[in-house]
Every structure is written in C-alpha cells, then in structure tokens.
Design a protein around this ligand. Structure first.
Ligand code: 16G
Length: 243
C-alpha cells in the first residue's frame, strides 16, 4: 500500500480520505484480489490515524463491496471489485448512500414554484408558461457535503415542493410517477465561489457537473437536474461491454 498524507484540515473526514486512498489502491490493481490487508493496528500506525478511523474506512469499503471481513483473520479484498456509483443504474442519491452504508442528508437551499424558462420548457416538454417545482438541495453523506442538486419537476408531477423531506424519487414513486429512465451528461468544471462555499471547498476546486433528464415509463420527461458533485469525493463507474 502506497503511503499518503491524511490531513485534518481537509473538509473530508479522515476516514473518507483513507477509504478513498485504499479504494484507489484496490481499483488500480495495486492490491490484488483475495489479498489480506495489514492489520488494523498496522494500518493505523502507517497512516497516523486512530484504529477507529481505520475501522470506519474499512467498513465503508466493505459496504461498497470492495472488502470483506473474515472473523478472526482480518480484512480481505473481494474478488469482484465494482464500486462507487454505477453510471448504468438509475438510482437516487438516498439509495446510493444507503448502499455504501452512509447516512444521506439534505440541506434545503431553496424550493419554490415558478414558470419554466424557455430552455426548461423544451427539456421537459412543457408549454410556455407551464409551472415547475424547483428544488435546490445540498446533499450530504454522513454530514459531509457531496453535491448540490437543482431539480426541476413539472408541477403536474410534483404539485407541492414542500410535500416531502428525504428522497425525491421515493416521493415521486409514492405519487405514482416512478422515474424509469434517465439521460445524463458529465463534464469537469471548477466551482464558482457560491458553490464552493456550499460544498466547503476552496474556490475553483474541481467538480463534476452533471445534467440529468429523467423520464417516466411512457417517455414523458419527469425531471431535469443540474448538479455539482465534489471532484475529490465521488467516482462514477461505468461497465463497458463489447457490442
Ligand atoms: C441523484 C440524481 C438526481 C436525483 C436524485 C434523487 C445524479 C447525478 N443525480 O442524485 O437526478 O434527483 O438522485 O435523489 O445521480 P433522492 O431520491 O435521494 O432525492
């Protein structure tokens, strides 16, 4: 395992820094399948952190399916190393966090109803003047800000933006409008000051800008989302098959 400097001064908690480092080592093949990891105490010494931090990092990698713990003999690298957010599965933020064993949280930055802009009307297949609900949310994992998402949903599917607190997708399912398919575009950006502050990062820090259009089963557009994901805390993974 390569050494790395972990720092208390970063906004990302130590255990997530360590988990990210180990994840890179595993997914880049520096640690081989079925290998045993050094013991918790040795890892703690090596990275200058407490055993609690080591254990939290290892547990979160276990939740991702990268490691498994064998009673009495320590931590092992799993044979199937698929992790992080799969780009090919339509999942919600809440589900993504739950599957990693992290507690998802939301800080509401704004929610309101207004007319769709001409661009939104085009993207959401609306007539000029149709109303949309706007949800601007800071999304957290175990209290660490991971992303800012601005979702725009026609009011015919989401009449009351104050009608839920946690998962938008769960709420839409409850209302009888389950998200069925999505198209997503990712690009690399630098955070403008406002977004950087909300994500607790320095101005200009790298982020992934993601636009998503989600559709109902009948093909009608349900949601348009513009989001910024922290570049230092999120990896998107895609499986490629020979066609
Ligand atoms: C994901 C989606 C976002 C969706 C949200 C719903 C990406 C890039 N975005 O974050 O479009 O609105 O999930 O999450 O994956 P929720 O059900 O937890 O509110």
């Amino acid at each position: 395992i390569e050494p790395i400097e972990l720092s208390q001064d970063l906004p990302l908690p130590l255990y997530l820094q360590l988990a990210k480092h180990l994840r890179n080592q595993i997914t880049s093949g520096k640690l081989a399948e079925y290998d045993a990891l050094p013991g918790e105490r040795e890892l703690a010494d090596r990275f200058g952190v407490s055993r609690v931090t080591v254990r939290k990092a290892l547990s979160s990698l276990t939740a991702e399916g990268l490691l498994n713990k064998r009673q009495g003999s320590g931590w092992f690298i799993n044979s199937s190393t698929h992790v992080e957010q799969r780009l090919s599965a339509l999942t919600s933020f809440s589900e993504d966090m739950a599957s990693r064993g992290l507690q998802s949280g939301t800080v509401w930055l704004d929610r309101s109803i207004s007319r769709a802009t001409p661009e939104e009307a085009l993207l959401l297949n609306l007539r000029p003047g149709d109303q949309v609900a706007r949800l601007n949310r800071l999304r957290l994992a175990d209290k660490t800000p991971l992303a800012i998402e601005l979702s725009v949903v026609p009011t015919k599917y989401l009449p009351d933006p104050f009608g839920f607190e946690g998962s938008l997708y769960q709420h839409l399912r409850n209302l009888g409008h389950p998200p069925h398919r999505a198209l997503q575009r990712l690009s690399a950006v630098r955070l403008i000051p406002d977004l950087a502050r909300q994500l607790e990062l320095p101005e200009g820090a790298p982020a992934l800008y993601i636009e998503r259009r989600t559709f109902l089963e009948d093909g009608a557009p349900l949601e348009f989302v513009a989001s910024h994901y922290r570049g230092d805390a999120y990896d998107f993974v895609v499986e490629l098959n020979l066609t």
